[in-house]
Design a binder for this molecule. Structure first.
Ligand SMILES: [Zn+2]
Length: 111
């Protein structure tokens, strides 16, 4: 039993590494092959759901949570800042996502 648990932990570690690699690769290929980067996002999400691994929050911003297309600032996403949060407008599906940045603001107040 113990061995199984260990194996599981290893699998999720590998899965996480693959997700990071896929999303990095998606960013690289986007200028030439945007459809490929959308495919990489799909693969990364599949790996995540199969292995029950969460995609790191910073990487979650790299794709649209509505249509799951890869987002490249200046190409298919409009990024606007507001006090306390950032808004991402996906130009593929016209969806919006809000990301608060309270932590950074708290740090600023302290200093
Ligand atoms: Zn979208």
């Amino acid at each position: 039993m113990r061995r199984q648990y260990k194996q599981k932990a290893q699998f999720s570690k590998i899965a996480k590494e693959r997700i990071v690699l896929l999303l990095e690769e998606a960013e690289k290929v986007y200028p030439e092959h945007p459809h490929l980067s959308h495919r990489y996002v799909e693969l990364a999400r599949k790996i995540g759901t199969k292995n029950k691994v969460r995609i790191p929050s910073l990487l979650q911003r790299k794709f649209c949570k509505h249509c799951y297309k890869f987002l490249m600032p200046g190409k298919n996403v409009r990024v606007r800042t507001h006090p306390g949060y950032v808004v991402y407008h996906c130009l593929e599906c016209k969806g919006t996502m809000r990301y608060p940045y309270r932590k950074e603001q708290k740090a600023k107040k302290k200093s």
